[in-house]
Design a protein around this ligand. Structure first.
Ligand SMILES: [Zn+2]
Length: 124
């Protein structure tokens, strides 16, 4: 009898947690579709920054990128030999990216919803 009770409680708890996660997920996708700048270095997440905040971001000791007032992102400094990333200009739209191959730096514009999914796929 006791074992059966524990089993039932376990199921109820699991169902509760699942319901909570689903609810959170719905809440999140309904709340925002904000565009964010995702920076990764050598395949690892370096940081995520809202395009709404004007700022300069130092990426390690090798690159510096900039978010402008209107949400445009550009690489403004890099110590790579070709400077292709700096020459790539500005990105603003979802899905666009700037890549610095020698330094393995990737700037990518994603949406708030997209980001957890992308982190998952990197982890795999
Ligand atoms: Zn570069």
């Amino acid at each position: 009898m006791k074992k059966k009770d524990l089993f039932l409680i376990g199921i109820l708890l699991a169902a509760g947690i699942m319901g909570f996660v689903v609810f959170k997920g719905i809440q999140k996708s309904a709340s925002s579709n904000e565009q964010i700048l995702k920076i990764s270095v050598d395949g690892e997440m370096y940081g995520e920054y809202s395009l709404k905040n004007k700022q300069e971001i130092k990426i390690g000791n090798t690159n510096v990128c900039q978010i402008e007032e209107d949400g445009r992102v550009s690489m403004i400094e890099a110590d790579c030999p070709d400077h292709l990333c700096v020459k790539q200009g500005k990105i603003k739209e979802f899905g666009e990216s700037i890549v610095c191959l020698p330094n393995k730096v990737v700037l990518e514009i994603v949406t708030d919803d997209e980001k957890t999914e992308k982190i998952d796929s990197i982890a795999k």
